[in-house]
Design a protein around this ligand. Structure first.
Ligand code: SF4
Ligand code: SF4
Ligand code: SF4
Length: 316
């Protein structure tokens, strides 16, 4: 897949079909990748596809002017389609280089499994349903479901839904739906008072860095409500009450746009389990409106559209 990607990306730049390529290159830390945004075909050999291409690169599309070739996994392709539905980007300006995704490896889970820090690991490789972690020269094999991100374990559409080039053959995903919703189920099982205390505690740790918002392709407002001063919705001081309001409103804003890519939770520097909110909203949108974000570029966005049958008396 990697060589095919490099060939396709180089051709796109050489033929002037795109101005930029957005993909992944190796990160400076072990077992990481970092976004590569380039218009130079000499950079193309740095592009990689591996089990650590975690970021949802579609977040960059609204910031780049010109035609773009972009590497997209299943969830990323749906975020791109969602941006097209919201008229944030034009389909003809984007060449989607689709990656059939087998799930992304969560280094935190690997560390817990191996009982070692990532810097102490010699190697992490994947072969189908197995992951091999080498420590001190000894290779340990585990089911890959033990180390995939929770959102990947519950992924419904690992293959891109919209693409111009599909870089490989879609294969089965090592899923574990129960594990994917474990944290959410635990919260649902709590009495409301306990759940309230849980979130109060969690949002007391929020430092309002806005990383969760900034990495989210569905959070595309030019001026976010948190920066409004007339009216002022929340205080700039990160009190837990305002932090909670920030996330509640953010979740409503991304309803019908969120593709459960997991980026917001991954970006949070204090590990607040944000996916318990976003995935719950994703499921509510699916159950109530039979709507899944980013599946059809020609469909109207959820929040701008309603059916007569679903209208409450207030609307009718
Ligand atoms: S959510 Fe699906 S498409 Fe996205 S990274 Fe995980 S497995 Fe891949
Ligand atoms: S990323 Fe975490 S700490 Fe930063 S604003 Fe979001 S919830 Fe708060
Ligand atoms: S809310 Fe989180 S999971 Fe949903 S699209 Fe945004 S970054 Fe991805």
């Amino acid at each position: 897949m990697e060589q095919r990607l490099r060939d396709e990306a180089k051709t796109l730049l050489e033929q002037g079909k795109v101005d930029y390529i957005i993909g992944f290159e190796p990160g400076s830390l072990k077992f990481t990748t970092t976004p590569l945004i380039t218009k130079d075909k000499d950079d193309i050999d740095r592009l990689v596809i591996n089990p650590f291409i975690v970021n949802n690169l579609s977040v960059f599309l609204t910031e780049i002017e010109g035609r773009v070739g972009i590497v997209a996994k299943g969830c990323d392709s749906r975020s791109i389609v969602s941006l097209i539905q919201d008229n944030k980007v034009a389909r003809e300006d984007i060449v989607i280089l689709g990656v059939p995704c087998p799930g992304i490896i969560d280094l935190g889970k690997v560390e817990r499994l191996a009982g070692k820090d990532r810097d102490e690991l010699d190697d992490i490789t994947r072969d189908g349903d197995k992951v091999m972690v080498t420590v001190d020269g000894k290779k340990n094999e585990s089911p890959v479901t033990e180390v995939l991100y929770d959102n990947c374990l519950g992924c419904e559409f690992p293959a891109p839904q919209e693409y111009d080039v599909l870089l490989g053959e879609p294969g089965p995903l090592a899923a574990d739906k129960a594990a994917s919703r474990q944290g959410i189920e635990a919260l649902e099982g709590m009495p409301p008072e306990q759940r309230w205390e849980f979130w109060k505690e969690e949002f007391s740790r929020c430092i309002r860095c806005y990383a969760c918002r900034n990495v989210c392709p569905a959070c595309f407002c030019q001026r976010c409500f948190v920066e409004e001063s007339e009216p002022q919705w929340i205080l700039p001081v990160p009190r837990w009450q305002d932090n909670l309001i920030f996330q509640v409103i953010r979740n409503i804003h991304v309803a019908g746009r969120c593709t459960d890519c997991g980026e917001c939770e991954r970006a949070c520097p204090v590990n607040i389990p944000l996916r318990s909110l976003t995935k719950e909203m994703y499921d509510i949108v699916g159950d109530l409106f039979h709507f899944k974000a980013g599946m059809d570029k020609d469909a109207p966005p959820l929040m701008t559209h309603y059916e007569y049958e679903e209208a409450e008396d207030l609307i009718r």
